[in-house]
Write a protein that binds this ligand. Structure first.
Ligand SMILES: Cc1cc2nc3c(=O)[nH]c(=O)nc-3n(C[C@H](O)[C@H](O)[C@H](O)COP(=O)(O)O)c2cc1C
Length: 360
């Protein structure tokens, strides 16, 4: 066993456990939360439209805004116009990003309809122009996140990754599904291994990593240099720390119920510092919906929170929920439950994320 770490040009990523970009989720408060729990060597913003950023749309600026101590951090941009992409990359570097990441993975209709995201896998020559244009615009590292291919008849991520590397990409992250898979089925870590073989730069394996065992198998099957975890951090915000600790040979850390409750409430506090009171209630309900997917008695917490009319009632609902868990002998935390009942509590509810993907 060896600690997971690598260099992206001059930048040390240690541990090589990366929080995946998730639109609507990995905003500043969530990134701050996960980084604060340890084990996270790199955060990535939600994808930011290069059109919107370069045209000074306020929402895009807000999505690209970074926390004060948030390093190393990557700003992810998407688009299909090389000039706009270059401009957005330059602006993102000025905002303090350590890395600019290009999105070639998003399956959503709004993004692929405009022929960005994973649709670029079908246009390797345009993707090449985008890589070149962004690379020339910035002095910090450029990285790329992609899916395996458009569909199982066209698994061209190794070719596209090779092109990206030739154009100066310093790291490639691969979600082990095709665009047409959306979020269905199971991520294929072995096929991610074909990308690892095609390039010399570090590769991150991504998709369906929910436990330390998953991370071990994903790295083993793909030969990748590090892991990128998205939805697993919603169910268990400590998952990156657990993976990093495992590879560093440290004993497993298992947060108890009180700590889980306090962290959820701290996350709510972070959201409150970022939004107006009116917007906060909707956001707290939304994130609770994500957070409770796969948690023991998660439906009960949703039932408690969704009718709440004010912030105090939401905080109170969280306290009631954790008292309920304590009466069900879950004081030692959830990981034992996750391990025993993987199927039952799996957050890999592809139907709801398929819908999410459509909306993105
Ligand atoms: C709600 C949601 C939003 C996402 N938004 C982005 C995004 O903005 N950029 C991106 O590259 N991938 C995005 N993804 C894909 C994730 O980064 C990741 O590749 C995918 O969820 C598989 O990893 P996981 O099983 O660890 O979640 C999103 C996924 C979800 C579920």
């Amino acid at each position: 066993m060896r600690p997971l770490a690598f260099d992206v040009e001059h930048l040390r990523i240690a541990p090589a456990c990366v929080l995946a970009p998730m639109e609507g989720i990995t905003d500043r408060p969530f990134r701050t939360l996960v980084r604060g729990l340890g084990g996270c060597g790199l955060t990535v913003t939600e994808f930011v439209s290069s059109e919107a950023l370069s045209r000074n749309v306020a929402k895009a600026w807000n999505m690209a805004a970074l926390g004060a101590d948030e390093h190393p951090v990557s700003i992810q941009i998407y688009g299909r116009d090389p000039i706009r992409m270059a401009e957005a990359a330059r602006m993102s570097a000025d905002l303090g990003a350590d890395i600019i990441d290009l999105n070639l993975g998003c399956p959503s209709k709004t993004v692929t309809g405009g022929c960005a995201g994973s649709a670029l896998l079908r246009e390797p020559s345009l993707a090449q122009q985008l890589f070149r244009s962004v690379r020339q615009a910035i002095t910090i590292p450029m990285t790329v996140k992609m899916r395996l291919g458009w569909d199982w008849d066209c698994i061209n991520s190794p070719e596209v990754a090779h092109i990206a590397e030739q154009e100066g990409a310093a790291m490639i992250a691969v979600h082990g599904r095709t665009r047409n898979d959306m979020y269905r089925g199971q991520a294929n870590w072995r096929v991610v291994g074909a990308v690892k073989k095609a390039v010399k730069v570090p590769v991150l394996v991504n998709g369906d990593i929910l436990t330390v065992d998953d991370a071990v198998r994903a790295l083993d099957e793909s030969g990748a240099d590090g892991v990128m975890v998205g939805r697993g951090t919603l169910r268990d915000p400590w998952i990156l720390r657990a993976i990093a600790d495992h590879f560093a040979g440290l004993p497993a850390f298992e947060p108890g119920l009180d700590e889980r409750r306090d962290v959820l409430l701290r996350y709510f506090d972070l959201i409150r510092t970022d939004l107006s009171d009116r917007a906060v209630i909707g956001k707290l309900k939304k994130v609770t919906g994500y957070f409770t997917r796969g948690l023991p008695f998660g439906a009960r917490l949703r039932e408690l929170i969704f009718p709440a009319q004010d912030i105090t009632a939401i905080y109170e609902a969280v306290r009631i929920y954790f008292e309920l868990l304590a009466t069900h002998d879950l004081r030692d935390g959830f990981r034992r439950v996750f391990a025993d009942t993987e199927q039952k509590y799996s957050p890999n509810d592809s139907r709801s994320f398929d819908r999410e993907g459509e909306q993105l």
